[in-house]
Write a protein of this length. Structure first.
Length: 369
């Protein structure tokens, strides 16, 4: 009797033994009931049997061992359903992994008890282990993807819902800061509160942009006729307020009118300028240059050159530089440059970085419309 035939013939007993093994391995988790453990065990075992009986060339099996997968295959779908069920039932990733260890042990131990499996047993065990490993890999992948999506949705929801009360705080602080009836000390405190609220708002904007990109949502743009000179001027004023000691020189040349989302472009410029103020040294030079059907934005700051290996991941999320914060501010989340790339790409533009011994230049090229 082949191993596939044995699994098919002894399916009910195998599911029961698998449940017992999984129960012992996961005894710390009271939420694991026998009914939950058995729920889709038969479907998973049947999928493994079908996989073992399907001819697979040596090349296909090697590619599969290297992580190549067909997400539309029946085997992948069953593994995905198993993972989704376990997430819904509150299982941890440790529980899911333990289940497959229990399944492997249950099948091989019961097959061993039947006597001498025959000379082909070695190859059949290899195929069985390959199927188990693939099912485990598919399940972990699906489990992780669903958990990450749930986390991203939660972060996006919280980031969005916090913007309204934070806006109210900033607006109230702005009114108090400009109230001539208040003493100077009170107006100064209101100004500090307004700057803090605006900084939190920028962080929320970055976080919301990041989670939207992870959820594969298009970055929403509200394009309108705008002046890049006005956008850059406001961005510089905002960064000067956040980094009072930063010396920023702003230059303009050419036609700077076009159709963009002003708030998003301002967000991009604030991120670049804040990055320069936080990690650079000396003066910061920002420039907006109109050239034909393009407008180029650049931010240069003196500072240490960026290492070559760091340049490869410079615009990836959560890859914050190890460079010291020279302005004494809090370290960023490693999202700023990634957000800049998202905004420039959404406008059909590009962003690049150039590093030399004297400093770093970021250049953004945007179409006018």
């Amino acid at each position: 009797m082949t191993l596939a035939d044995f699994i098919e013939a002894d399916l009910s007993a195998l599911v029961r033994e698998w449940t017992e093994y999984a129960r012992v391995l996961s005894a710390r988790d009271s939420h694991l009931s026998d009914a939950q453990l058995q729920n889709d065990g038969a479907a998973l075992l049947n999928a493994i049997v079908d996989d073992m009986r399907t001819f697979q060339s040596p090349a296909y099996r090697e590619n599969k061992s290297l992580g190549e997968r067909d997400s539309t295959s029946h085997f992948s779908l069953v593994s995905e359903q198993h993972a989704n069920a376990r997430v819904s039932q509150g299982f941890s990733i440790t529980d899911v992994t333990a289940e497959f260890g229990a399944l492997r042990a249950a099948v091989l131990r019961r097959w061993e008890r039947t006597g001498d499996p025959g000379t082909a047993a070695f190859q059949e065990i290899i195929r069985f282990n390959e199927a188990i490993d693939q099912a485990l890999s598919e399940s972990v992948l699906s489990y992780s993807a669903r958990i990450e999506r749930g986390r991203d949705l939660f972060v996006a929801m919280v980031s969005h819902d916090l913007r309204s009360p934070l806006g109210a705080i900033a607006a109230s602080a702005h009114i108090l800061r400009n109230d001539p009836k208040l003493p100077a000390q009170s107006r100064d405190v209101a100004a500090i509160s307004e700057r803090a609220a605006n900084k939190m708002s920028r962080l929320l904007d970055d976080l919301l942009t990041f989670t939207r990109s992870r959820l594969h949502d298009e970055l929403p743009l509200q394009k309108q006729a705008a002046s890049m000179q006005d956008i850059c001027t406001l961005a510089v004023e905002e960064v000067r307020a956040a980094f009072p000691r930063a010396a920023i020189d702003l230059h303009f040349a050419g036609d700077l009118n076009g159709v963009w989302d002003p708030e998003r472009i301002a967000q991009l410029m604030v991120n670049l300028l804040s990055n320069a103020a936080r990690y650079g040294r000396g003066a910061i030079t920002a420039q907006a240059l109109g050239m034909g059907d393009q407008v180029a934005l650049s931010v240069y700051n003196e500072g240490e050159p960026i290492p070559g290996d760091r340049m490869l991941t410079l615009f990836e999320p959560l890859t914050r530089s190890d460079a010291p914060d020279r302005r004494g501010g809090a370290a960023g989340m490693g999202l700023g440059l990634y957000i800049c790339r998202c905004i420039s790409s959404a406008h059909g533009g590009t962003i690049r970085a150039e590093s030399s011994d004297s400093g770093v230049t970021f250049t953004v090229s945007l179409p006018r419309a």
